[in-house]
Design a protein around this ligand. Structure first.
Ligand SMILES: [Zn+2]
Length: 174
């Protein structure tokens, strides 16, 4: 099978499974907003960085909430505090990737702040992290070898009715 691999992805991500802990794949250098940050500044930052939202933290880097495109479009205010959504779904570094995926998909949110201890923000896990996972993993039926893409293994193989799957990362030229 020929496959183009445009860039070398982090080995932690390509080896990820639903059992992998969030701490191993999360984005660590997270852009954040403070409650007193002017909304204009946030709009410029989002446009420049091509992001659709970011966590809001206090002076001790504790998570207060999130500010997203829909907050900016739907609410009026001068500072982040005026428009932010207080509180957020969160996970910890110990949360399994599968659980984080369920929250992201079921709650229809784009990103999940990762917190430690007293709500200290340590990272972010996003839908794009999951999309990278979809792109790099194939569940392979142990009975017939049919491949399936997706975060979770299918319950049964549609071709042969097989019930066991192994997860594989397709190798270029392999
Ligand atoms: Zn099968």
């Amino acid at each position: 099978m020929e496959q183009e691999t445009s860039s070398e992805r982090g080995s932690a991500l390509s080896a990820a499974t639903p059992e992998t802990k969030v701490g191993e794949i999360m984005t660590k250098n997270v852009l954040t907003a403070k409650p007193d940050t002017p909304v204009v500044e946030i709009v410029q930052l989002m446009a420049k960085q091509h992001i659709t939202g970011l966590p809001v933290v206090d002076e001790e880097n504790r998570l207060l909430g999130v500010v997203s495109e829909s907050d900016i479009i739907g609410k009026a205010g001068d500072t982040v505090a005026d428009i932010m959504t207080n509180g957020s779904w969160t996970v910890t570094e110990e949360t399994r990737l599968g659980e984080a995926a369920e929250i992201l998909l079921r709650r229809r949110i784009r990103r999940l702040p990762v917190v430690r201890g007293e709500n200290e923000l340590v990272g972010l896990v996003s839908r794009s992290d999951l999309i990278n996972f979809f792109a790099t993993h194939v569940w392979t039926c142990s009975w017939c070898g049919k491949g399936y893409r997706g975060f979770f293994a299918p319950s049964t193989c549609s071709d042969c009715g097989g019930e066991t799957f192994t997860i594989k990362v397709p190798e270029a030229g392999g």
